[in-house]
Design a protein around this ligand. Structure first.
Ligand code: 0RA
Length: 638
């Protein structure tokens, strides 16, 4: 074949290395991109975009255009310096080809600066290439436009010049390999979310997202950077001052940027990024930030006489109540730790961040005493509430309400004492609770019926929460406690299953419960203990044939299988209470027969904003959100 003869990778040593690298990636894609589902697919886009963002970090690029093409491919074009095309000293091939085919090109063609691609996702574009049916790259550089095409990672022709160019930059277009990925459809929202985040984190960069499939386009551009990020997060709450406080400092080679604003709520939202990577598990930079906040606000409060000499100081929790902060730092050699590599480990960074934030924040408060007053008032109020909560907790403990022996009366516990096999069904209403009790397997399934409305913890403090009977019952049954005394090793059930009606009330109760868990017992969610039961919406019977349908589509499918509506009895379940115990067990509760949705938080910032919108004070954003995302709200699997 003609094509074979022009393949530059014939039989020399480097070509063998390339082919070995490719087959390693193609054999175990999960090792490189985590998975081959939708998440892995979007990882490809992020990898390519991150390479352009590295040009932004080098100060060499301010425009990135992402296109989701109608043919299913994706392209990313930037106005950076262009990937070098000069001969690579070790491989004796164009550097571009090496970047596209070999693990970490290295040497003089490696950009020395802060790098997104050095971090968590930094697998290299060659991985994208290896997992693409085809990939085409165009580089504008040295007055020329260069072009090369690859198939499944291997070049199909040498790098060629296709014309003159009066600008510089790189464009990469790739078609994900259908033999690798389970899904091939790029989700605009998923792509947009990361691009939006990047546009906040890199003030001034202009990122466009064009979707040729529906001919829409969006521009992400935030001259205000992370200050605008904070404002965006706080859209649904009432800030205590405007604009957010911002600071920027350098300590050694570490660049530190922070924006923060307080609101009249009680929750903390801190997003922390290292080289544009979201460190959801925190790390030394977050420890430094917290230490600085506590120290600076205590010093300030004492100097101004808000805290008398003998009085106990403000705690970390006090100074973080109602705080929204975005911390974005750049580190030359980040070390990411932990199972998901989402925690920064560099020990030197703690002191760098603490020093920078302390100095700059103290300076800011000196210059803006009115904002200082607001911060101190907020923290003192939190401190008083914390004291009240401690008393309330002591009181409930004395009454034996929060600890062993005092399990709530309504709880129908299971026999097993092995938490790993135990399940707690939280059921809406006494009537459904009764049915669930009959239908359960008492060996390992416990039932806790909840009556009426549950307190909205988004608007309540710990002391108010502990006065609420429903919430006390939940806390006691779950067993891990709440607040600073939480201990996940005391979890009594490894599956906590929310079983509510498929109507508006049920969805509201479910959201309230998820808010409670997310805000007050987040380990339950991060460790994957919370599930949502899926009850059927329809029961369809035709003579001796019986089927359950969990959606309208499923109902229609069953009807087709039945050969039409004739002779079919359709029952629509409006609530769990309409099922008898056997039906409930067989459709919703029994392992093997049931489907459970596990609640996960992909994106802490988004979940946070979602709860603020759904449960917060501001009505308008909530209405807008619910109208826009009606389906998601009734099927909340954040
Ligand atoms: C290595 C060195 C230089 C730039 C790049 C790589 C580069 C890579 C990508 C990936 C996507 N867009 C990119 N743009 C640039 C520096 C080259 C120089 O000093 O001229």
């Amino acid at each position: 074949m003609a094509q074979e003869t022009v393949r530059p990778l014939a039989y020399d040593a480097s070509s063998i290395q390339v082919l070995e690298g490719l087959s390693a990636v193609r054999k175990r894609p999960g090792m490189y991109i985590g998975s081959t589902d939708a998440r892995g697919l979007h990882h490809l886009v992020n990898e390519v975009v991150d390479n352009s963002i590295d040009e932004v970090l080098a100060g060499a690029c301010d425009q990135i255009d992402v296109t989701l093409h109608a043919d299913g491919s994706c392209s990313v074009r930037d106005n950076g310096r262009g990937i070098p095309v000069e001969e690579h000293p070790k491989y004796h091939r164009p550097a571009l080809e090496i970047v596209m085919t070999v693990l970490h090109a290295g040497s003089k063609f490696d950009r020395t600066a802060y790098k997104v691609t050095g971090g968590l996702h930094g697998v290299g574009v060659h991985v994208v290439n290896a997992l693409s049916e085809w990939l085409e790259v165009r580089v504008r550089r040295n007055g020329h436009e260069y072009f090369q095409r690859y198939e499944r990672g291997a070049p199909v022709a040498p790098l060629i010049t296709v014309g003159p160019a009066d600008t510089t930059g790189t464009e990469t277009r790739f078609m994900p390999d259908s033999t690798v990925f389970e899904t091939l459809v790029f989700d605009k929202e998923t792509v947009a979310r990361r691009l939006k985040e990047l546009s906040f984190l890199n003030a001034g960069v202009r990122i466009t997202l064009r979707d040729e499939r529906d001919t829409t386009s969006e521009i992400f551009h935030h001259a205000g950077g992370i200050a605008e990020f904070v404002e965006d997060i706080n859209l649904a709450v009432t800030p205590l001052f405007k604009p957010p406080i911002t600071l920027h400092a350098k300590r050694d080679t570490t660049d530190i940027e922070l924006a923060l604003q307080y609101n009249d709520g009680y929750n903390e939202t801190t997003l922390a990024f290292v080289n544009n990577i979201n460190t959801v598990d925190g790390g030394t930079h977050v420890v430094g930030l917290r230490a600085a906040l506590t120290r600076t606000l205590n010093d300030y409060a004492r100097q101004r006489g808000f805290l008398k000499g003998d009085k106990e100081g403000l705690t970390g929790e006090d100074v973080r109540e109602g705080l929204t902060a975005v911390l974005s730092i750049k580190v030359l050699e980040p070390q990411f730790e932990g199972q998901t590599k989402a925690r920064l480990g560099n020990s030197e960074v703690k002191g760098q961040v603490e020093s920078a934030v302390h100095d700059k924040l103290a300076e800011f408060l000196e210059e803006h005493p009115s904002v200082g007053q607001i911060l101190i008032a907020k923290a003192l109020q939190a401190s008083q509430a914390r004291e009240a909560a401690r008393k309330a907790r002591e009181l409930t403990r004395r009454k034996g309400l929060l600890e062993g022996g005092g399990l709530p009366g309504k709880l129908a516990d299971c026999h097993s004492r092995d938490p790993a096999e135990c399940e707690l069904f939280i059921v809406e209403g006494d009537s459904a609770g009764g049915t669930a009790k009959q239908g359960r397997d008492r060996e390992f399934q416990a039932i806790l019926p909840l009556r009426g409305k549950i307190l909205n913890v988004e608007k309540a403090r710990l002391d108010q929460m502990l006065q609420n009977e429903q919430i006390r019952a939940l806390i006691t049954a779950i067993g891990i406690g709440i607040g600073d005394e939480m201990d996940v090793s005391r979890l009594r059930y490894h599956k906590i299953i929310l079983m509510t009606d498929a109507d508006v009330d049920g969805s509201h109760i479910r959201t309230l419960l998820l808010t409670l868990f997310y805000r007050k017992m987040p380990v339950l969610i991060t460790e994957g203990h919370v599930y949502i039961a899926q009850a059927p919406l329809y029961r369809l019977q035709k003579a001796s044939r019986l089927a359950y349908a969990y959606s309208d589509e499923e109902r229609d499918k069953v009807l087709t299988e039945y050969g039409g509506m004739k002779g079919v009895t359709i029952q629509r379940y409006k609530g769990l209470g309409e099922m008898n115990a056997d039906q409930l067990a067989e459709t919703t509760m029994r392992p093997g027969a049931r489907t459970l949705l596990r609640v996960t938080v992909d994106d802490a910032g988004r979940a946070n904003a979602l709860f603020q919108i759904l449960m917060g004070e501001e009505v308008e954003p909530r209405r807008a959100y619910i109208q826009e995302h009606a389906v998601e709200v009734t099927n909340l699997d954040i």
